[in-house]
Design a binder for this molecule. Structure first.
Ligand SMILES: Cc1cc2nc3c(=O)[nH]c(=O)nc-3n(C[C@H](O)[C@H](O)[C@H](O)COP(=O)(O)OP(=O)(O)OC[C@H]3O[C@@H](n4cnc5c(N)ncnc54)[C@H](O)[C@@H]3O)c2cc1C
Length: 284
């Protein structure tokens, strides 16, 4: 195991994979196979999401501890603070510390409204970064939003909040996006605010038109017309849709790396094919 901040400080471009904790035996088997398929790519680290409000608290813990124990990979746990009390959050962070986990991604989270959870004691992810620093010696990542977060009143306000948060954390991973200019604009804005910690672009290869539309609407980001047209031109052929998704994600990764991005973070959705193809296309 290692601290992600130390891995990033070595200066090589990082490649990381994101998983989510499975809910069923079938989904568990799929994740296990994906881990077997992706481990030979020697990712710099992998990460495991956390259900906002705490719905996957134990499962996220199990998957992260299992990857660190049973594979050669370093796993980071995501943690969201919305709808949690300080006491609950201290308990969760302490349980990771006691299990020897050194890397946490500190997030606000958006608990589903139908769960009707109490608001909790945290307003923003930066409060969780501070709590984690108090509990242990962790390497801490945070989220960054190339297209501003939907709750932000303005792009400048969002950039300033992200800069404040990143000053106290070690690195950021971005929400996914389809135009490299959004990422470069974020990085330039943070640098203008005096923050030059690593910002790793999040890559989401399109695997289905309906799926990507749902996700872009949820996070309030742009689904560019040129990409929509290319995908709709082959919409009756799911394999062709995936091929377009992989080609466009490869192009985006090239542009990001050529422009100086310090690494790539792949949203795998617990599948390995698209990630392996892009990895191979890039000759990483
Ligand atoms: C890489 C990545 C991984 C993710 N993993 C998960 C996951 O595992 N589980 C999950 O539920 N969600 C996850 N998310 C989604 C994330 O929880 C949501 O996008 C959430 O709405 C925002 O989280 P944040 O940590 O960026 O919030 P924050 O940093 O708290 O920001 C939220 C909003 O508040 C604003 N803000 C921040 N500080 C202030 C302030 N002081 N005053 C006023 N406004 C402020 C920000 O500009 C922004 O609009 C992930 C997102 C990313 C990019």
């Amino acid at each position: 195991m290692a601290k992600i901040a130390d891995i990033l400080a070595q200066g090589q471009r990082s490649v990381s994979f994101e998983f989510f904790p499975p809910k069923t035996d079938e989904a568990q088997a799929m994740l296990e196979q994906t881990i077997v398929d992706l481990e030979p790519l020697h990712p710099s680290y992998v990460s495991v999401t956390y259900g906002a409000g705490g719905s996957t608290r134990d499962r996220t813990h199990e998957v992260v501890v299992g990857i660190n124990r049973d594979t050669s990979m370093t796993a980071m746990a995501h943690l969201t603070c919305a709808a949690h009390t300080r006491a609950q959050m201290i308990e969760v962070v302490t349980s990771y510390r006691d299990a020897g986990i050194e890397n946490l991604l500190a997030l606000a989270g958006d608990p589903p409204k139908d769960l009707d959870l109490p608001p909790g004691e945290f307003s923003y992810a930066i409060d969780l970064v501070r709590l984690i620093r108090d509990v242990g010696d962790f390497s801490i990542g945070v989220a960054a939003h190339p297209e501003p977060h939907p709750r932000s009143p303005s792009i400048q306000a969002d950039r300033e909040h992200t800069a404040d948060k990143l000053r106290e954390a070690d690195f950021a991973i971005t929400q996914f996006f389809f135009e490299a200019r959004h990422y470069f604009d974020l990085v330039e804005s943070l640098q203008a605010l005096g923050v030059d910690k690593p910002v790793l672009p999040g890559i989401m290869p399109v695997q289905s038109i309906a799926g990507i539309k749902r996700m872009t609407e949820m996070q309030g980001s742009e689904f560019p017309a040129w990409l929509s047209e290319k995908l709709h031109a082959v919409e009756d052929d799911p394999d062709a849709v995936r091929a377009v998704g992989i080609q466009e994600a490869t192009n985006l990764c090239r542009e990001l790396l050529d422009g100086g991005a310090p690494g790539l973070h792949f949203y795998t959705l617990n599948r390995s094919t698209a990630t392996r193809e892009i990895h191979s296309n890039l000759g990483l």
